[in-house]
Design a protein around this ligand. Structure first.
Ligand code: PLP
Length: 360
């Protein structure tokens, strides 16, 4: 079986975790501080705040910008549910805008049309590891005085015009095991804004900067040193993981380019795509997925139902009016692209898809 995702845990991670366990200091401590510093440097920002999931990073990032009841946040309907749920947690209302069919990312022009006087933030998602159009989003945020929050949970190390995802506004990263690097569960907020960083730290710590003094409603969103120890080791290897993903993607592109009925992912100019997912489009998606499963090739659908059509959101009154997201949710299929997929695996995946093409 070739799995769709598999974290790479080596002796270095095991050793680093053992060291923390033996030290007896196992909650948030020095390792978290070291991981934050290394991640801030890697991403090219002044501040990084470690939390216990990507969801927590998005939630704390929104709260750090003062987003709350009565506010609207414009975001993509074509993402993992956490993107929208974290807006709901704050009491604000997610406003979904359609995606563009070439990058599957929020389309800036349509997003601009959704701005009202209640809009407080815009939250593009760097879907699959392809950066959103950050030149456009920086301009929109500036012109309309909006907070710019980047859902970078799939985009560790991706760049737009040479700048890393998560360094344009307030970034939120996930370190879930399927992501480009892991801490088991974990997340990170990145920002150049000192005030936002300070408030995010307070949100992480029950609204407290000084022990037992609580200035706002906060949570316990802390990362442990055990997780940070894994993250420190993973971050050192991230660029190698990324090139393995990019090489696998390149081979898949070359092999699948001429298969009829299959559209391969493309990369926009000025962008480096870190291929959290390698996602093709095909009209017979479910048939191809079943065919590949028979061959022992794992696939994924990211995402089968756009967020605005999830039962919970439909109950809130959202309905279908975002045609590109709705069409793509029936056509997307992610293929294994992670660093542990070998050249032989790639050839097998390509041959299998060609064989499927020939049977139709
Ligand atoms: C994974 C992911 C999240 C949530 O991260 P967790 O660590 O699972 O909480 C949010 N947004 C996107 C786009 C993701 O892929």
């Amino acid at each position: 079986m070739i799995p769709i995702a598999k974290p790479q845990i080596d002796e270095t991670e095991i050793q680093a975790v053992s060291d923390v366990l033996r030290s007896g200091m196992i909650a948030q401590g020095q390792r978290v501080a070291d991981f934050e510093r290394a991640f801030a440097e890697y991403t090219g920002v002044d501040h990084a705040i470690a939390v216990n999931s990507g969801t927590a990073a998005l939630h704390a990032g929104l709260l750090a910008h003062g987003i709350g009841p009565g506010d609207e946040v414009i975001t993509s309907p074509f993402s993992f549910i956490a993107t929208a749920n974290t807006i709901m947690y704050t009491g604000a209302r997610p406003v979904f805008s359609d995606i563009s069919s070439d990058t599957f990312n929020l389309d800036p022009e349509q997003a601009t049309e959704k701005i009202t006087e209640k809009t407080k933030a815009i939250m593009p998602v760097h879907l699959y590891g392809h950066p959103a159009d950050m030149k456009a989003y920086e301009e929109i945020a500036e012109d309309h005085d909006l907070a710019l929050i980047e859902d970078a949970c799939q985009a560790h190390g991706a760049t737009f015009n040479g700048k890393k995802a998560g360094s344009f506004g307030t970034g939120a990263f996930s370190f879930y095991p399927t992501k480009n690097m892991t801490t088991s569960e974990g997340g990170m907020i990145t920002t150049n804004d000192k005030e936002v960083a300070s408030r995010a730290r307070m949100v992480r710590e029950h609204g407290s900067r000084q022990r037992y003094l609580h200035e706002m409603l906060g949570y316990n969103l802390r990362m442990t040193d055990i997780c940070a120890a894994i993250g420190i080791e993973q971050l050192k290897k991230l660029d190698n993981y990324t090139s393995a993903r990019q090489q696998n993607a390149k081979k898949l592109n070359e092999g699948l380019r001429d298969v009829e009925g299959v559209t391969c992912p493309s990369v926009q100019e000025g962008c480096s795509h870190v291929f959290h997912q390698y996602t093709i489009r095909t009209q017979d998606r479910d048939d191809l997925a079943a065919f590949l499963r028979e061959k022992g090739i794992g696939t994924g659908i990211h995402y089968p139902i756009p967020i605005h059509l999830q039962p919970y959101y439909k109950e809130l009154g959202y309905s279908d009016n975002l045609p590109v997201a709705e069409e793509l949710s029936d056509e997307v299929l992610s293929l294994p692209v992670h660093p542990q997929v070998t050249g032989e695996d790639i050839n097998f995946i390509i041959d299998s898809i060609k064989e499927w093409g020939g049977t139709r």
